[in-house]
Design a protein around this ligand. Structure first.
Ligand code: DOR
Ligand code: ZN
Length: 424
């Protein structure tokens, strides 16, 4: 079966050019002008073809929390967002801390057959921070990284051992940085707005201390480490300095950290509650600067779908997290490319190419011989975000009513159309 994507403005690693893409057996067989000889032709004149987004920080909730999301609904939400590959976090029930759960997720995702799902194994048993999970067995079963996301591994020796074991199996630790002893019940950023609202705040140091600790370990051990969802200006500074001195550190951030400030909490909307919390303008600008200069390698969503009952409670009691996988492209395009902070190829390197490199995954780039994971987007179409229209079970977006540009029209995984907006 040969498919031809004709006349698209194709986003390559360093440029955008009008080209045809010929797909054969799930791979990009040719990229060129005036290509022909396909069984199926998809004319995308005037539209843009991007490499499929690789979202390396997603919560799919299955097994155990299927009321919030499951692998089927999360995969559909992913392809609707132009995402062809997700890495799912292990804070499920049971926790993904063993090979059985890793295999379950891989098999269930294959049955669903939409996007590629790569499980992340827990660092510690039950994400309890005490003893290491079955790292070797999870690696053999197909886990692509390790994380206790949702919390930090507070014991530095356990974290040291985790980094060493992970490296023995070719895996990286993805660190959720939150000093449990300092967070002390804080639910938002500590500052003017937390005082105004009477909500308990979290210092930037809650995050920065653990970023520093994990960088210290990586430096001492000469091993790689990846810092999750960077939200503080000071965290960006710490990572930039570490990179400059040769530490093998990579980092990610999310759209809510480069678009929002904690002004949004003053409405007490629990959809704005997230961990780490959204911070202040100084932080937002530093995160953008970090994305521009390469301090922050990747854009992810931390897609954290929650059910109504988890959010329709008072602010202090509400679950942390935002549903984000369906809006990440449009938000990133609008706020980073639209503002001139990044070019479109630069954006796609942060959403596709770099995540693939950080985790050693396939995809992330449009070139001959690469896997045919692609999305077609309309950069001219603007629309208003409405969480109620999400395919995800999690309707908890803080971006309701935001006008964005960049509609995902079609998503192909291994050369097969998995989402087509015309068929919705
Ligand atoms: O806000 C968050 N929600 N941050 C996390 O680290 C975990 C996530 C979740 O699982 O809901
Ligand atoms: Zn996290």
């Amino acid at each position: 079966m040969k498919t031809l994507i004709k006349n698209g403005n194709v986003v390559f690693k360093d440029c955008v050019k009008k080209k045809d893409i010929l797909i054969e057996d799930g791979k990009i067989a040719a990229v060129g002008d005036g290509l022909s000889g396909a069984d199926e032709v998809i004319d995308v004149a005037g539209k843009t073809v991007i490499p499929g987004i690789i979202d390396m920080h997603v919560h799919l909730r299955e097994p155990g929390f299927e009321g919030k999301e499951d692998i089927a609904s999360g995969s559909l939400a992913a392809v609707a967002g132009g995402v062809t590959q997700v890495c799912c976090m292990p804070n499920t029930d049971p926790v993904c801390d063993n090979a059985v759960v890793v295999s379950y997720i891989i098999n269930r995702a294959k049955e669903v057959g939409l996007c590629k799902v790569r499980p992340i194994g827990a660092i510690t048993r039950g994400e309890q921070g005490e003893s290491l999970a079955d790292i070797g067995k999870m690696a053999k079963a197909g886990a692509v990284a390790l994380s206790d996301d949702g919390r930090s591994v507070m014991n530095s020796n356990v974290m040291r051992l985790a980094m060493e074991y992970a490296s023995d199996f070719g895996l990286k630790c993805l660190c959720h940085c939150e000093d449990k002893t300092l967070v002390d019940g804080g639910v938002v950023n500590e500052g003017y707005n937390s005082t105004l609202c009477g909500l308990k705040g979290q210092l930037r140091a809650v995050e920065d201390i653990m970023i520093s600790r994990d960088i210290c370990l990586a430096r001492s051990l000469d091993l790689p480490v990846h810092i999750c969802h960077v939200s503080t200006y000071s965290g960006v500074d710490i990572i930039r300095a570490a990179k400059a001195s040769g530490v093998k550190v990579t980092a990610e951030t999310c759209p809510h950290y480069f678009i929002l400030t904690d002004d949004i909490i003053t409405g007490f909307d629990t959809f704005t509650k997230v961990s780490p919390p959204v911070r202040e303008e100084r932080d937002r600008l530093a995160v953008i600067e970090g994305l521009k200069d390469g301090t922050i390698d990747c854009i992810v969503t931390d897609h954290a779908p929650h059910s109504r009952k988890d959010k329709e409670v008072e602010y202090n009691l509400a679950a942390f997290g935002m549903s984000g996988i369906e809006t990440s492209f449009a938000l990133s395009y609008t706020y980073l490319v639209g503002s001139g902070a990044l070019t479109l190829p630069e954006l796609m390197r942060r959403m596709s190419y770099n995540p693939a490199k950080v985790l050693g995954l396939e995809g992330g780039e449009i070139r001959e011989g690469a896997v045919a994971d692609l999305a077609v987007v309309d950069l001219e179409e603007s629309y208003e975000i409405d969480g109620e229209k999400f395919f995800s079970k999690g309707k908890n977006t803080p971006f309701n009513g935001y006008k964005v540009k960049g509609r995902v029209l079609m998503t192909l995984v291994d050369g097969k159309v998995k989402f087509d907006i015309r068929k919705i």
